[in-house]
Write a protein that binds this ligand. Structure first.
Ligand code: ADP
Ligand code: MG
Length: 250
């Protein structure tokens, strides 16, 4: 099998006596959506924090595209190709949706912000940004300031900004939150396409969306992965049903 894009090896993290992440090993392979599910407090956000660099592990490593990024800062990891969409601060509120995406495209091309004025008249950059906005379904909202977008539209714009950075993989923490059913349906079909460009590690509470979207699901309970498999296997796993889906066992 090809090397995984993202490779989490034996990650552990305690808060005092509490093991929030307990020896977690998982991979994100090319072309896949790998969803993390688990009850509240299972350690999903902590694990995402370990991957994004917000939290330092007590043990274990994070490898991206065969490079050990465990000690890199959040910003260096982003530069190394870790795309995240739950970074509201990545949006500039009084810039239009289009300009937010243009900035991200420009950053990827390595220009500095002081060249923004000429870049503003840069037609290829503008066209590239428009194409990305259209892909996330915000084509008609290009000229609207980020601050004036709805909550759901801002989530889509964050994804557009992440996409503009041409990441090696995506970390998406509850991308469906606040989207409504139409927005969720649109995002689900969009993510089905995007995963072929950059695989997606996904935390999502909408179980319908998870089971429609994920190629593999890992179930976290008390910081440990108790099962990893295809959605059908996870659905049928008695241990998962008992501890997570709340079913009675004989
Ligand atoms: P989830 O996202 O699955 O709901 P979290 O990763 O947020 O779970 O939390 C896992 C456990 O770690 C919980 O018991 C939570 O209270 C605890 N926890 C998370 N962050 C901290 C922190 N900064 N300090 C102390 N305990 C924390
Ligand atoms: Mg959480």
């Amino acid at each position: 099998m090809a090397d995984p894009v993202l490779d989490l090896r034996g990650l552990s993290k305690s808060f005092g006596a509490l093991k929030a992440t307990d020896d977690v090993t998982l991979t994100l392979q090319r072309g896949e959506i790998h969803a993390l599910i688990g009850p509240n407090g299972a350690g999903k956000s902590t694990l995402m924090g370990l991957v994004s660099g917000k939290i330092a592990p007590d043990a274990g490593q994070v490898w991206l595209d065969s490079a050990d990024i465990t000690t890199l800062s959040v910003a260096r990891r982003a530069k190394a190709g870790l795309g995240r969409s739950f970074q509201v601060s990545s949006l500039i509120p009084d810039y239009s949706a289009l300009r937010n995406v243009m900035l991200a495209l420009q950053a990827r091309q390595g220009h500095s912000y002081r060249f923004l004025r000429p870049v503003n008249r840069d037609t290829p950059l503008r066209d590239g940004a428009r194409a990305i906005l259209a892909r996330v379904g915000l084509g008609s909202r290009a000229s609207v300031e980020a601050a004036m977008l709805s909550h759901g539209e801002r989530r889509l714009l964050e994804i557009a900004v992440a996409l503009a950075m041409d990441p090696k993989c995506f970390l998406l923490d509850e991308p469906m939150a606040g989207l409504g059913s139409e927005g969720t349906t649109r995002l689900v079909s969009f993510l089905h396409v995007v995963k072929h460009e950059a695989p997606i590690l996904l935390i999502e509470h909408d179980m319908d969306a998870v089971f429609r979207l994920a190629d593999r699901i890992s179930v976290l309970v008390y910081g440990r992965i108790i099962a990893t498999g295809a959605p059908a296997d996870i659905r049928a796993n008695p241990q998962v049903r008992a501890v997570y889906l709340g079913e009675e066992t004989a």
